[in-house]
Design a protein around this ligand. Structure first.
Ligand code: 3PG
Length: 391
């Protein structure tokens, strides 16, 4: 059920779970993507005359209230993004404060994780939150992998609906892996295979092309007998990598590993030892830090044959030049294909969004998820408790 099904909310208190877990530095929000994602739902409900109560966590305070993890500091940035006032309500005196709210106003409640029972999905905490509202709206896909009181429990005790951002996210993800237009490609990168084993295992049965990049490609190369020199490589996972490659074969999924690579003896920006070589020519004292230009071009050609793309993780050590080159080039190809309408592209995960922003193409992807951990669990094929509870 979505906001289309909520009915008349005039004068009603609506608890809206949002994800306000935004990065901050020196008291300022450094990336307001998650705040912007709240706008559609919060303004729609306020315009319908509801008392809008924003429920969210911030950081991991583990049940200990503190200034550091207080959501008070986010009321103003949220008001700025919404272009309307947002008040703040403390867990002391919350009932009276909610009762005093005017219909059509928006308030942010204090950090849900100031209650130890939030993360335990404790019925007492669920009840405490539920007593403040008539309806529950979950708009935070990025927190939906947590079975917490504010993400899962509330959906069981109040009439529950998906917010607009949640609805858009689920639609985009359904298009990407649920019932996608084929062929489907997945780009999976990042430093370690160990963090994405379940993602890779799931994807080989779902996609036609699996493009593996980043440090994790080294483990696959090593599994295929390539000497990766000093590269980051999880040697203990070579057998698992082999198994994934076998399963891909059986499922008819083509796995693409780099065949040329950018190497260097030290991890530094534009190091003197920088060179590009075939994967079979990596010296014992060199490390692979990016996918090479020939492989990138070939991967671009693969994307041109595809209709759908799911992307998680950078292709190289993109935070240091020139090891961002493969990520930037492949992202630009994907963005151009999406822009001309031949590719549906969905990307997600913390580093991924940073990498696509760095490439200057995030805006051209069909859909960019604001989720980190939740996006990965979705890519693993898991059912997210916060989504499941919405029915
Ligand atoms: C996130 O930042 O990915 C979400 O807000 C979830 O936060 P958590 O990992 O602390 O549960």
């Amino acid at each position: 059920k979505t906001l289309d099904d909520i009915g008349d909310v005039t004068g009603k208190a609506v608890l809206v779970r949002e994800d306000l877990n935004v990065p901050m530095a020196d008291g300022r929000v450094t990336d307001d993507t998650r705040l912007r994602a709240t706008v559609a739902t919060l303004t729609e409900l306020a315009d319908k005359g509801a008392k809008v109560l924003v429920l969210a966590h911030f950081g991991r305070p583990k049940g200990q209230p503190s200034e550091e993890f207080s959501l008070k500091k986010l009321a103003d940035p949220l008001a700025h993004v919404l272009g309307r006032p947002v008040s703040y309500i403390d867990w002391e005196g919350d009932k009276a404060a909610v009762a005093a709210l005017a219909p059509g106003s928006i308030a942010v409640l204090e950090n849900t994780r100031f209650f130890g029972g939030e993360e335990k999905n404790d019925p007492a905490v669920i009840e405490r939150f539920a007593s403040l509202g008539d309806f529950y709206v979950n708009d935070a896909f990025s927190a939906a992998h947590r079975a917490h009181a504010s993400t899962e429990g509330l959906a069981r005790v109040l009439p529950a609906f998906a917010g607009r951002a949640m609805e858009a996210e689920l639609k985009a993800l359904e298009k990407a892996l649920g019932a996608p237009e084929r062929p489907v490609a997945a780009v999976v990168g990042g430093a370690k295979v160990s963090t994405k084993l379940d993602v890779l295992k799931h994807l080989v049965s779902k996609v036609d092309h699996l493009i593996i990049g980043g440090g994790m490609a080294n483990t696959f190369l090593a599994a295929r007998g390539v000497d990766v020199g000093k590269s980051l490589c999880e040697h203990d996972l070579k057998a698992t990598a082999e198994e994934i490659l076998d399963n891909a074969d059986k499922a008819g999924c083509t796995v693409h590993l780099p065949y040329d690579v950018v190497v260097s003896k030290e991890f530094a920006a534009n190091p003197p030892s920088l060179r590009t070589c075939n994967v079979h020519e990596v010296a014992a004292d060199e490390m692979i830090l990016d996918v090479g230009p020939q492989a990138v071009e070939a991967l671009g050609d693969v994307l041109k044959t595809c209709r759908t793309l799911v992307w998680n993780g950078p292709m190289g050590a993109f935070e240091m030049e020139p090891f961002d080159a493969a990520t930037v080039a492949l992202a630009r190809t994907a963005a151009a294909l999406s822009k001309e309408g031949s590719l549906i592209s969905v990307a997600g995960g913390g580093d991924t969004v940073a990498a696509l922003n760095h490439a200057g193409v995030a805006g051209d992807f069909s859909y960019i998820s604001t989720a980190g951990g939740a996006f990965l669990e979705w890519m693993e094929g898991k059912e997210l408790p916060g989504v499941a509870a919405l029915g």
